[in-house]
Design a protein around this ligand. Sequence first.
Ligand SMILES: [Zn+2]
Length: 148
Amino acid sequence: MNRSTTKAPRKAYGYLICAEEPIGNREKAHGMARHYAGIAGNVQRRFLDHCSGRGAHLTRAFVQRGIPMQLVQIWTFTDSEQGSAWEQARAWEHAIKSHKQHRDFCPRCQAKLRQQSKPEAQPQTPRAGRAAERRPAYQQQPLLMGMG
Ligand SMILES: [Zn+2]
């Protein structure tokens, strides 16, 4: 009995959902929303909940309007000396929700922004660089720096 209860590090996950279109009040600067961030022990199951209209007001609103949602990013937290997996996930959730601009953490929106702001044809670098570009630094250190 003991071996199943010891030293198997638990995991918790932070996730970011990005909707195809934003909803809300276009008149207000921050009135539009297209992202939802949350934490879960089973992200796939939680995402299915969101897609079926359960889980959060915002994601239910997307479902009601027929706006597709995509799970665009997952952060993994493991029990460690920094705290339990859930403590770390909750700290991450607090940080990302207080940041407001979830777009900054969304690889899909960031890719679109890069395309739009691309001045002209950029020089092609055939080999290196590409794979590293796709893996932003915050994926490695998810917002936990400077949280005391
Ligand atoms: Zn997005």
